[in-house]
Every structure is written in structure tokens, then in C-alpha cells.
Design a protein around this ligand. Structure first.
Ligand code: ZN
Length: 328
């Protein structure tokens, strides 16, 4: 539908045994068999949807929560390795259509760092996608510094993807309306992930690793909209000590890219583009939870100059991932 090269990078698949107990996959199996089949497919069904939308290339990632839900850490580490080996096979089979984000068992920070290195240097995956906190532990925990050091050294971006909010937040804020989905994509995912990003920024992670590149979806998990107040009131009410070298939104623009995954709202896009700049926005769908054609049509129709459109469609991703993805 458009001649513009399109790269989409928050595109999920399920794989057993890591997705065996996945709640959404089970729901799809009972309520939306076509959606279930698309989630598990890494071939014809997916390519048909991509072709219909004009999407040239998908970077695949294991569906939330994947191995991060597991309580047996050793098994999670083993499943992550097997999932990444398996994903690398798909990438080898369709090198011009699919790339892959590694999945990491963040239950074991040292194993996650080692697996990121293996996945990028030996398997040819482009980086990693992490589904938020793991059993309540966030990535600002110093135990993850090695993981981020590896990511920076390898120029391997880390996609911070939403997951179900922290159990204490679920209880205090969201549980009364869980039956309405308040804790999921309508609100809870964005607040959870936006808070996680600010924890990383406030921890000083990006002063330690200034070249580290991360990606967040859904047009920035509310952060572009709140950037002015986040900067203006950073430090207010605390002990007055500024523990980071820049303003929070400076790190957002220097260390993060944001994608359009599942958020095809022109008003939100205008805000994200204005706050982040045209070189920090990238196209994505959130397939199969969202619709590829809807996403592609949104990008084709949003009023912007053609240079900006090309940057968002593929050029920013091509620059970020370099020769880890093919020239399209
Ligand atoms: Zn997603």
C-alpha cells in the first residue's frame, strides 16, 4: 500500500514450552483461534499479514511474559537459551523478512548478560526485549549493571516492553477494576513501563552508560506527554541533591527510541514527534495483538513531510540496528 520501506519491531510470537501457561494465548485459543494461530506462526500467516500491510521486515520477540514468569530460575535460563536458538533458526530461514530480539531470563542477571552476548555475537540477534520487572525486581537494581554494560559494548538495543504491573501496585491501585482491564493495555501497562523507565533514568544508569540505547513502545508509555512536568519538578520535595547530570527528558531523547506499537493516535503521535524529535521515532505494530494494516495506514496518512515519514518507517531503525538487519 506504500512504496516506503517499513520495518516493524515490536512484533511478537509464542513458543512452547516458554509460552505454555501464557494467559493471553490460552484466552485466544478459546476466543480467537485465528489470533492464536497468528501468535504461534512464524511463517506464511505472518508473511501474508505483513505483505497486505506493506511491512518489509519484522523484528520478532517472544510474547510477554515468556520465561520471565517462571519461578524456577535455572529452567528459565535454559528456556531462554532454547528460545533464542529457535528464534535464530527462523531468522536464518527468512533473513530478509525477520530479525530477532533475544529473550532473557532476568531472574538471573549474570546469566541474562551472558545470554545477551551469546545471542548477539553467536546467533545474530539484534538486541533483547525485556518484559518489565521480574517477580517485582526492576532493572535499576545494581545486579543488572553487567547486562547494560554488555548491551552498550555490543551496541545492542534493549526494548523495555510492558508486563503486568508490580503485585503491590496491582493490589493498591488496579485490582478493583481488573475485570475492566485497568491493569492492562488501557492504562496499567503504560504507567508500569513509564515508571520503570524513570527509575532507570533517576538511578543514573545513563550517566554510567551514556551510549546505551533502549526502546519503548506505545508512543512512549505516556512519557512524552509528561516530560515538561517530569523535568520541572525533578528533585523537588526530596533532599535537594541532583543525582543525575541532565534533566530526565534529556536522557529520554539521548538513550531511548520510541515506537508506534499499538498506538495509532494522531494526537499522541504529534506529541511524541514534538518531544522526541523525528530521529527517535520508529514504526511498530504490536502484532498480533494489534493490526498491521491499521498501523501501516496510520503511518502512510499522518500529515508529515516525506523525509520524516521515511525516518519513522525504516531509516531510524536501519541506523539503530546497523548491519544486524539487511539492507531493504
Ligand atoms: Zn507488545
Amino acid at each position: 500500500m506504500t512504496a516506503t520501506v517499513l520495518i516493524a519491531l515490536e512484533e511478537h510470537y509464542a513458543w512452547n514450552p516458554a509460552s505454555d501457561d501464557n494467559v493471553v494465548a490460552q484466552w485466544l485459543l478459546s476466543n480467537n483461534k485465528a489470533g492464536y494461530d497468528r501468535l504461534y506462526d512464524r511463517g506464511p500467516l505472518r508473511l501474508e499479514q505483513m505483505d497486505a500491510a506493506g511491512i518489509d521486515f519484522q523484528i520478532l520477540s517472544l510474547f510477554d511474559p515468556g520465561v520471565q514468569a517462571m519461578t524456577d530460575t535455572a529452567l528459565a535460563v535454559d528456556y531462554a537459551r532454547r528460545a533464542n536458538d529457535n528464534l535464530a533458526e527462523t531468522v536464518r530461514e527468512y533473513p530478509r523478512r525477520f530479525g530477532g530480539f533475544a529473550t532473557l531470563a532476568t531472574q538471573d542477571p549474570a546469566a541474562a548478560a551472558a545470554e545477551l552476548e551469546r545471542a548477539v555475537t553467536e546467533l545474530g540477534l539484534v538486541g533483547a526485549l525485556i518484559n518489565g520487572h521480574v517477580h517485582g525486581r526492576y532493572l535499576d537494581d545494581p545486579a543488572y549493571e553487567l547486562l547494560f554494560e554488555v548491551a552498550q559494548d555490543l551496541n545492542a538495543p534493549i526494548y523495555l516492553h510492558p508486563t503486568t504491573p508490580h503485585p503491590a501496585v496491582m493490589d493498591a491501585w488496579l485490582a478493583p477494576y481488573a475485570r475492566d482491564g485497568l491493569h492492562l493495555a488501557s492504562w496499567g501497562f503504560a504507567v508500569e513501563t513509564g515508571t520503570h523507565v524513570l527509575r532507570l533514568i533517576y538511578s543514573g544508569l545513563f550517566d554510567k552508560f551514556p551510549r546505551l540505547q533502549m526502546i519503548i513502545g506505545h508512543l512512549g508509555e505516556l512519557l512524552p506527554y509528561t516530560a515538561y512536568r517530569t523535568d520541572r519538578y525533578y528533585g523537588l520535595g526530596g533532599d535537594g541533591v541532583k543525582r543525575i547530570e541532565k534533566l530526565p527528558s534529556d536522557y529520554l531523547r539521548r538513550n531511548f527510541h520510541i515506537t508506534t506499537s499499538g498506538n495509532f493516535d494522531p494526537k499522541a503521535f504529534a506529541c511524541a514527534l514534538d518531544v522526541m524529535g523525528s530521529d527517535r521515532l520508529m514504526f511498530s505494530v504490536d502484532y498480533p495483538m494489534d493490526d498491521s494494516l491499521t498501523g501501516a495506514e496510520f503511518l502512510a496518512q499522518y500529515p508529515m513531510d516525506e523525509r520524516t515519514r521515511r525516518m519513522v518507517a525504516s531509516e531510524n531503525a536501519a541506523r539503530l540496528f546497523g548491519d544486524r538487519i539487511p539492507e531493504l
